[in-house]
Design a protein around this ligand. Structure first.
Ligand code: MBD
Ligand code: FE
Length: 280
């Protein structure tokens, strides 16, 4: 059997019926996208002669994967693919330059405390080095960006994020803040050094990565959203350039220009990093 099978009238009618294209009402865009998504799965089934057993083990996998779906998406490269799509759309629209975007990942939590000044992000005890991060948020002409909000979130020294910590040890919003920036665009914060992230051992993502002959590790990193009136919101992260996984991130989130090497001095580590935003 060839992939043309999916194009037979019988299968095409099934697709159109199943995605609501032959029904009144509903959301037209959702119908079109559902139709093409299901067709892509059908084509894959035919192309690879997928057996009934394989089909049902895939269904079972996705049923179990539920809560880890947001982790599988970056793991299989889909979230980074979205970055590439957005970059290409920006290039077509002539909107280029500034700090590169990279993926948000599944571990952001809205509503972190809004703070000002040279702030501490770490509320919980964590016996590790201190990270000091400083820099400036500018626009395309190096003008300071006024009244920005810098959202920051990162893992603790065990690689665990508050709200997603299997040990249950972190208080709400540990290592998560929204920092209000003044008219000079300068920011400064300190926190306990994050460690790299690993997907939950033996969970669905870990099992998938092992079955693909891969691992589920990320280098140590710090996430940011940067928003300011008159500028485009930026979603990005820095990954530590000296981390063993800096060149081998399971989530494909490391990018050139986003890999600063912390300047380590005793129990302190310093990173100077500037953000350049595009105009809205
Ligand atoms: C993370 O901490 C992360 O940033 C991404 C992208 C995926 C999984 C865990
Ligand atoms: Fe992360």
């Amino acid at each position: 059997m060839t992939e043309d099978f999916v194009k037979t009238p019988q299968v095409q009618t099934l697709l159109n019926q199943a995605s609501g294209l032959l029904s009144e009402g509903g959301d037209k865009r959702l119908k079109d996208i559902t139709r093409d998504l299901v067709e892509a799965i059908m084509t894959t089934i035919v192309k690879h002669d997928v057996t009934q057993d394989e089909f049902w083990s895939a269904i079972k996998f996705f049923q179990e994967a539920g809560p880890e779906f947001g982790l599988i998406v970056p793991g299989v490269g889909l979230e980074h693919f979205l970055d590439l799509v957005l970059d290409a759309r920006d290039a077509e629209a002539g909107q280029t330059g500034g700090t590169p975007r990279t993926i948000e990942g599944p571990l952001y939590v809205a509503g972190a405390p809004l703070v000002e000044g040279d702030v501490n992000l770490t509320d919980d005890p964590d016996d590790t080095d201190t990270l000091y991060m400083t820099g400036q948020i500018t626009g395309p002409d190096q003008e300071p960006v006024k009244d920005a909000i810098l959202h920051v979130w990162h893992a603790n020294s065990k690689g665990f994020y508050s709200y997603f910590d299997p040990t249950g040890e972190q208080t709400p919003f540990n290592n998560r803040r929204r920092i209000k920036i003044g008219s000079d665009g300068r920011y400064a914060f300190h926190s306990r050094m994050p460690n790299g992230y690993s997907v939950p051992p033996e969970g669905p993502t870990d099992r998938l990565m092992k079955a693909l002959g891969r691992h589920g590790n990320r280098p140590a990193h710090v996430h940011f959203f940067v928003e300011a009136p008159g500028y485009r919101q930026l979603t990005t992260q820095i990954n530590f350039g000296d981390d063993p996984f800096a060149g081998d991130d399971f989530a494909f989130a490391t990018r050139e220009g986003l890999l600063p090497v912390p300047n380590r001095q005793g129990e302190s580590a310093y990173i100077a990093f500037d953000f350049e935003l595009q105009r809205a």
